[in-house]
Design a protein around this ligand. Structure first.
Ligand code: DGJ
Length: 749
């Protein structure tokens, strides 16, 4: 619901979960007034106070009003150059060289539903599901117009924001910064939460007190990155997983993002988010406009889990699209860690046979099936099958999977090119490169210039031809290096600063065309694991390979961090061999399996070489997963313990089916400890008055082959009220082993 009170200039966006209030003052300035718990009515119980602040200048129209300065008010999309010295929401260079503009309020419109943005991923909603406020701002000299878009969902605490900036001048201008949103909090009594990491170590949670001055979380890598996810949260100091106020921000963009916080002299906090302004430029001829990516803004008074619930529901229902959106995802086996580049038709055939025997559902052929690629030095771009390895081509391996009742999936890395490839020899100019400078390599490969239409057309055709050449049910779309020498041979110097942004827009165009053309395919995005795990990619591809690190202990942190924003249904999670290929750790098959139950489950090891006993265990795990899959994949997900807090030694996740009838709890203890406290897990989001029966229990494995014990089986059948499980908690049987993993399943009676 969006109300506007003409007499006070107050816009109140509200529903049962949140209120967000803006005010137009002096008929010019758009101020931020409130964001938080839902208010019945905003009657301004804490009116704006006018204080004379030294060194805070007055705008030209109010020279004698020393109590009014843009430097001290809470704004919504601030300009720079008229006395507000904090970071601005946008920066522009006009034809005459000035960077000074000033935006005044110029009207509004409220529409049902949510507008679509051509060529950009965004939250989508039916007319009845959302309302959108369009606020129009116009530069005092008429040179620049900005439309701010605010969409509030009817039944959640999700607000989306974006901006469209239009050149209204008679000459061209350059945008050098265009944030998706900005707003000012009245205080800075927050912790600042971000997700940091690296390759094979994605999305650890950092929580630090919000500091004075400027702090930035962002990427300058041409991709949303492993290093700094496009996410920020400000949490009240007392906020935890289930209580307290949290403000979460996530950008629907797969390129470079930036979230900046600025705590200034009077203790307010400005938050700005959008495309990273570092090196950003967009040249606008008269009347041209630039639409920023969309940001999701979530308010929670139920802690971090409350925030994640809103993000998860939004991603599941309003970002992910297509046939697979609500479909259960198949249990896959991927040959990468099983064979790397060393495979042939017989090997893949034997994997298919074992997969079918074990009850798996999808066989994925990873890197190395094309060109002459036997290592990572060559052939990217040459998307035709290597018949030395696969004698009967892709049709042969696809048929081998299908005849055993498995689906068949294939790996691509279409944005890249090897210097040693037919494509490079034919089109050396198709790469991102700066004239006169040599190219930097990453994994021996170069990056195609997706700002060029002909390159995008080539990718759509080349990938499309392969997908038409055999029966392919799944695609893994990889991206294994970041951008360097981001210069496009196809853009003039005045548009050169657009290259990295146009690269992402080119990618979105390719993905839109391919996913529309092949709607039956289940697409999974990947970037050396989770280097592009963002809502933009999920708009086209409903799941993402979470990390190249398949070690169960590392995954507890990676998957917990990822779950701040993204639901388990979007996270690829596989059981791999021990000693683990990334960190050398040995964990039990059960622990690896339960950890992988926390995402789209699969295997990534040579299943043909497992012992008979292990195969038996895998069959039981697979059967169990199939039974529990609807809740694990489509249910609600809660973090009970994470490796980011407390002793950092324990992780617990809870899944509740959407109808509340099934509850699954996974608990992991990383290292056994002497004098360890007895752990009870306080469950959450249960019906306090309902009874829950324990239907399955897997205690941690004492030895690698121990599949549950007598004592544990004795407990099955016990019934507890929800209040006891939530307030007294679920006792965890102590076990003296490292890397322990447990599971409980409850059925609501
Ligand atoms: C990086 C991916 O994350 C891996 O899973 C695998 O597909 C390799 N690339 C293949 O080169």
């Amino acid at each position: 619901m969006i109300d506007f009170d003409q007499s006070t200039g107050i816009f109140h966006l509200h529903n049962d979960h949140v209120s967000y209030v803006l005010q137009v003052v002096r008929e010019r300035y758009l101020l931020h007034r409130y964001w938080g718990r839902p208010l019945k009515k905003f009657r301004d119980s804490s009116p704006l106070q006018s204080i004379d602040r030294a060194f805070s200048p007055q705008p030209a129209a109010y020279p004698n009003e020393r109590t009014f300065s843009l430097d001290v008010v809470q704004q919504e999309y601030p300009s720079y150059g008229h006395g507000d010295y904090r970071l601005p929401a946008y920066e522009v260079r006009l034809g005459n060289g000035t960077t000074v503009t000033e935006l005044f309020y110029d009207g509004y419109k409220i529409t049902k539903g949510k507008p679509k943005f051509a060529g950009l991923p965004a939250v989508y909603a039916q007319e009845s599901e959302a309302e959108t406020l369009h606020i129009y701002l116009l530069d005092s000299q008429g040179k620049l117009a900005v439309e701010l878009l605010y969409t509030l969902m009817a039944d959640s605490a999700l607000l989306t924001r974006s901006a469209r900036l239009t050149n209204c001048d008679s000459e061209a201008l350059d945008l050098t910064n265009a944030a998706s949103f900005a707003l000012d909090f009245a205080d800075h009594d927050f912790d600042r939460l971000s997700l940091y990491g690296g390759h094979a170590a994605e999305r650890s949670l950092e929580r630090v007190p919000l500091m004075r001055g400027v702090q930035e979380t962002g990427s300058r890598r041409g991709a949303s990155s492993h290093q700094q996810s496009p996410f920020l949260a400000l949490a009240r100091r007392d906020a935890g997983e289930t209580s307290g106020e949290v403000y979460g921000f996530s950008l629907i963009w797969s390129g470079e993002a930036s979230f900046t916080t600025e705590v200034e002299q009077f203790g307010t906090t400005r938050v700005i988010g959008g495309i990273n302004p570092f090196e950003f430029k967009w040249h606008l001829a008269p009347r041209e406009n630039f639409q920023t990516p969309e940001a999701m803004l979530v308010y929670s008074d139920k802690g971090l889990n409350g925030m994640s619930q809103v993000f998860h529901q939004t991603v599941r229902e309003h970002i992910v699209r297509g046939r697979h959106q609500h479909e259960l995802r198949p249990i896959l086996v991927n040959n990468w860690e099983a064979t790397y580049f060393d495979f042939d038709e017989e090997k893949i055939d034997s994997l298919a046979q074992s997969a079918a025997d074990l009850g798996l559902e999808l066989l994925v052929l990873d890197d190395g099936w094309f060109g002459k690629r036997n290592d990572d030095n060559s052939s990217l771009g040459d998307w035709f099958v290597n018949t030395d390895k696969l004698k009967q081509g892709l049709k042969g391996v696809a048929a081998s999977a299908h005849k055993r009742g498995l689906k068949f999936g294939l790996w691509f890395e279409p944005e890249m090119i090897s210097e040693d490839s037919e494509l490079f020899r034919a089109h050396p100019d198709w790469i991102l490169h700066v004239p006169d400078y040599e190219n930097s390599f990453g994994r021996h490969q170069l990056v195609l210039d997706l700002s060029r239409a002909e390159v995008c057309d080539y990718i759509v055709k080349a990938v499309g031809d392969v997908l038409e050449s055999a029966e392919i049910d799944y695609v893994k779309w990889d991206f294994n290096r970041h951008l360097t020498e981001a210069f496009s041979g196809a853009l003039s110097s005045e548009h050169q600063g657009e290259t990295k942004t146009r690269f992402v827009l080119g990618l979105y165009d390719v993905l839109e065309r391919l996913t529309v053309k092949f709607p039956h395919i289940l697409w999974e995005s990947c970037s050396g694991g989770g280097g592009r795990f963002d809502a933009g990619m999920l708009y086209y591809m409903p799941q993402t390979w979470t990390s190249d690190n398949t070690d169960a202990v590392c995954r507890l942190s990676i998957q917990s961090g990822t779950s701040l924003v993204f639901p388990p249904l979007t996270m690829g999670a596989h059981v791999s061999v021990v000693p683990n290929h990334q960190v050398g750790r040995v964990t039990s098959l059960q622990t690896r399996t339960l950890c992988a139950f926390g995402g789209d489950f699969g295997y990534e090891l040579d299943i043909t070489r497992m012992s008979e006993a292990e195969k038996e265990q895998v069959k039981q795990h697979v059967a169990l997963y199939k039974k529990l899959r609807p809740t694990l994949q489509l249910g609600k997900f809660y973090r009970l313990l994470t490796p980011f807090t407390g002793t950092k030694n324990e992780t617990a996740w809870q899944f509740v089916s959407q109808d509340g009838r099934e509850v699954i709890v996974l608990y992991f203890k990383t290292l056994a400890e002497p004098a360890t406290p007895i752990r009870t897990l306080q469950l959450t989001a249960l019906d306090a008055d309902a009874e829950y029966e324990l239907t399955d229990y897997l205690p941690a494995q004492r030895t690698s082959m121990d599949f549950g014990g007598e004592k544990a089986l004795d407990q099955v059948g016990q019934v507890f009220y929800g209040d006891e499980l939530m307030y007294n908690g679920l006792g965890v049987e102590k076990i003296d082993t490292d890397f322990a993993g447990y599971m409980w399943v409850f059925a609501k009676k």
